[in-house]
Design a protein around this ligand. Sequence first.
Ligand code: URA
Length: 219
Amino acid sequence: MGKVNIIEHPLAQALLTKLRDKNTDQIEFRKGLVELGRIIGYEVVRSMEVNETEVETPLGVKAKGVIIPDLEHVVIVQVLRAAMPMAEGLVKIFERARMGVISARRLEDTYKKGSLSFDVESTYVRVPKIFSDDVLIIADPMLATGSTIVTVLKSISSRGKPKRKIVATVIATEFGIERVLKEDNTSEIYTLAIDPEVNEDGYIVPGLGDAGDRAFGGS
Ligand code: URA
């Protein structure tokens, strides 16, 4: 059964506050997303199995330690374009990760307010083959209606079935989480906050605005 992990670390929450602030400029916004990618990465590592090992130190003495075998089996899929800074942070923790990208554009005029859903156009999918011992991390900062993540999950399912499927996000909504778990109830969601509302344009409220525009400018 899927699980929702809320990252309460004060540093993560202070960064989120900065991202929510409308006065935070593009560069600080992007830097904040990179840093949050790194922090989410640490939190994901916390959930990985560790094996005991022993090494010999330069003093010729044995010291007990641990290794984390899953670090060799991480696939990060970033949803263009807002997830790019997050993926930059994640890969600092999972430096041996195989990387995939997928474009996903919400078609604004297909928004169905009643069912809180969009049609999503995905024209570019480059995702490595996924193996049964992989930990797949799908990065997308905003889980609003779930339309994008559901499209991504469907689109990459042909690449293989991983051991774990993690959706790494900065702000989610209850509705988006339920929608993702309904599509795949083994998904695990990592987020910093669950906001109460999606407005009539499909934005999370209070949210942080359009993550792609705030990180890269324009629209
Ligand atoms: N995508 C965003 O960038 N912001 C939202 O609030 C919802 C989806």
